[in-house]
Design a protein around this ligand. Structure first.
Ligand SMILES: [Zn+2]
Length: 179
C-alpha cells in the first residue's frame, strides 16, 4: 500500500492483482537474516560455527534465530537437572555449539520437520565452507557435509539405528555443533 502526495491511501493500487502477487513472490524469494539477539548469541561461539550459521540463514528455506551460543557450567547443570540434556560435556560450554529456533511468519515453532529443512541449509553451508558439522537429530553422522541424502533421511536413519540397538533416539533438532 502507498499514499499519494495528500496522504490518501491509493486504493487503485490494491486492486491490481498482478502487482500484489509480484510483491508476495518477491517476499518469499528474499533471503532471511539474523536479528540482533541472534547475532549477539552467535558472537559468543567459535568463528567457524559463526561462518556456517551466517551462510545457512542466507540459503535456508525456513527462517531461524540463534537461541543459545556459549553456555556457563551453571546453566548446563540446570539443564541436566531438568533432563533437557544428557551430558556435562556439552560443546556449548566451549562455544562449539549453537541451538537454532525455527520461525514461521515471525513466530517460533518447534515443529520437527522445520528443523530438518534448517539442517539442509546447515549442510550446504558446512559443505561450502568445508567446516564439519554434527546435527543433534542425527548424532551418528560425524560430518553432515558428507551426507548425500536429505537431512530428514539422516534423522530417520539415526532413529532406525537407535531402535536396532534397542536404544531410544535422543533428538535435539535445534542443536548443531562443530564436529
Ligand atoms: Zn544445543
Amino acid at each position: 500500500m502507498w499514499h499519494d502526495i495528500w496522504g490518501n491511501e491509493n486504493s487503485l493500487y490494491l486492486e491490481w492483482p498482478t502487482i500484489t502477487s509480484g510483491l508476495e513472490r518477491g517476499k518469499r524469494e528474499m533471503a532471511y537474516s539474523l536479528g540482533k539477539s541472534s547475532l549477539a548469541k552467535l558472537s559468543t561461539v567459535d568463528k567457524k560455527l559463526w561462518t556456517v550459521c551466517q551462510d545457512a540463514i542466507k540459503i535456508s528455506r525456513i527462517d531461524f534465530g540463534v537461541i543459545c551460543g556459549i553456555r556457563t557450567l551453571a546453566e548446563q547443570e540446570a539443564l541436566l537437572a531438568k533432563g533437557a540434556t544428557q551430558t556435562m560435556k556439552s560443546k556449548h560450554l566451549d562455544g562449539l555449539a549453537v541451538d537454532l529456533m525455527a520461525y514461521v511468519s515471525g513466530r517460533a515453532s518447534w515443529e520437527l520437520n522445520l528443523y530438518d529443512d534448517i539442517a539442509d541449509a546447515m549442510k550446504e553451508a558446512s559443505r561450502k565452507n568445508e567446516i564439519p558439522i554434527r546435527w543433534g537429530a542425527a548424532w551418528h553422522i560425524d560430518d553432515i557435509s558428507k551426507w548425500t541424502e536429505s537431512m530428514e533421511d539422516a534423522m530417520n536413519s539415526y532413529i532406525d539405528l537407535r531402535r536396532s540397538q534397542g536404544r531410544r533416539p535422543f533428538i535435539d533438532g535445534p542443536h548443531f555443533e562443530l564436529a
